[in-house]
Design a protein around this ligand. Structure first.
Ligand code: HEM
Length: 417
């Protein structure tokens, strides 16, 4: 614990004494201004009602210790069949989300994760560095030719799709639809997706599967190097057997989705935070060796993924409250990462912050398998951009992505200086 001296001792609050907007807080219909700046609402929840009942049997956690305890509890489940069945019905989206490793328990989770982690080892990540530098430097050259440079459209969104495309060895000519498929599939995970969002998500899964069937058939005939090609590795399986085609394809889709939007948002949110905290931007320009701790701090300060979900399978006491088996629990990553009981002056951006045990990549058995890939992308993208354009400045208001689970920007207009 690293509480600041100003932090009052933590008490078990009485939710009945909370302001009515806190008592009525819902992620599906958040209060005005929440999408722009959720942190005051998170702070009020942490203070008044840290185990907040969103609906009967469904709780939202905002304190660091409570979120961490659930991540680490071996009895909680990540299986989403019960949660998604009423929302998604018997649909391509349901099959996709309930077959990907992130929303599975053992044995499927253990098998897929073992194979993936084998392909995302440090050697494989180190091999990505040269290609990534070339990609980023090329994008930075082209940025100078843009009449109205936008750090999302012309920079952040173009990096992860290439990295994951390379990991799965998707031919360059086939990569154009990947970003839109990914956005459509992940948008269906919002707390209350409308019919149009679900229809777009289902169409994206169907199109993505059709594409992958062809890619798989080709890779079976022409296997790649399993040291660097994740798809070949997933096809080969391991000592305990192979994945079925359905398992394999849905986990490829998940990998593309998992590594895509989150990393775009790490780069976009990170640059946006630095532009709003000029002294920190100048500190990083003056001392580029801070890039490692800066990326960690940007992940904490504006976490790209704000929420995770779990289901209790046994009674569990959290924050002094007894949750029965079968409770849905929403873990507030963004809220935990601003908890003053863990982080001194949590609303201050400090690119040299130490220690910084943020939860942006989750924790426990499902902790992000691609965290070191994302860190590498963040360090190279943000570091090279500031080295090339140290006088970078905002040009008008950015446009925010209006979702609560994924925190990011759709447009970040800048002047390169
Ligand atoms: C800044 C970028 C990223 C963030 C913030 C992020 C965040 C997360 C979080 C919070 C989880 C845990 C989900 C849970 O416990 O329910 C997760 C899981 C996962 N992430 Fe990431 N991620 C990022 C980038 C990546 C990249 C680049 C890849 C792949 C190359 C990736 C692959 C995965 C996979 C495969 C899982 C599932 C692990 C499992 O269920 O065992 N992620 N990620």
């Amino acid at each position: 614990m690293h509480a600041s001296p100003a932090t009052p001792p933590r008490m078990t609050p009485d939710p009945a004494a909370a302001p009515s907007w806190v008592r009525d807080f819902k992620l599906a219909t958040p209060p005005p201004g929440f999408i722009d700046d959720p942190y005051p609402a998170y702070a009020a929840l942490r203070h008044h009602d840290p185990v907040h009942e969103l609906a009967p049997g469904s709780y939202f956690l905002t304190r660091y210790d409570d979120v961490l305890a659930v991540y680490r509890n071996p009895t909680v489940s990540s299986d989403k069949k019960r949660e998604f069945a009423p929302k998604l019905g018997d649909s391509p989206l349901f099959e996709h989300h309930t077959t990907s490793l992130v929303f599975s328990d053992p044995p499927l989770h253990t098998r897929v994760r073992r194979i993936l982690m084998g392909a995302l080892n440090q050697r494989a990540i180190a091999r990505m560095e040269v290609g990534l530098l070339t990609l980023v430097d090329g994008l930075l050259d082209r940025l100078a030719d843009e009449a109205a440079p936008d750090l999302i459209e012309h920079f952040a969104a173009l990096i992860p799709v290439e990295v994951i495309g390379n990991l799965l060895a998707v031919p360059h000519a086939d990569r154009a639809p990947l970003r839109d498929w990914s956005l459509a599939i992940l948008s269906a995970l919002e707390p209350a997706p409308g019919a149009e969002i679900l229809a777009r998500g289902n169409a994206a899964v169907t199109d993505f599967l059709a594409y992958l069937r062809g890619l798989l058939a080709d890779r079976r005939q022409h296997p790649g190097d399993p040291e660097s090609d994740v798809l070949t590795r997933l096809l080969m399986g391991d000592a305990e057997g192979q994945l079925t085609d359905v398992e394999l394809m849905h986990n490829c889709i998940f990998l593309l989705n998992a590594g895509h939007e989150t990393t775009t948002n790490l780069i976009g949110n990170g640059l946006h935070a630095l532009l709003r905290h000029r002294a920190q931007l100048e500190r990083l320009v003056a001392d580029p060796t801070l890039i490692g701790s800066a990326v960690e701090e940007l992940l904490r300060y504006e976490s790209p993924l704000q929420l995770n979900n779990r289901l209790t399978t046994a009674p569990m006491t959290i924050g002094g409250r007894e949750l029965p088996a079968g409770s849905f629990v929403t873990l507030g990553i963004g809220a935990a990462n601003r908890d003053s009981a863990e982080f001194a002056d949590p609303d201050v951006l400090d690119i040299a912050r130490k220690p910084n045990n943020h939860l942006a990549f989750g924790q426990g058995p499902h902790a992000c398998s691609g965290m070191n890939v994302a860190r590498l992308e963040g360090r190279i993208a943000i570091g090279r951009l500031l080295a090339r354009y140290p006088r970078l400045d905002s040009r008008g208001a950015p446009q925010r992505d209006m979702r609560v689970r994924f925190r990011g920007l759709r447009h970040l207009p800048v002047r390169l200086g």
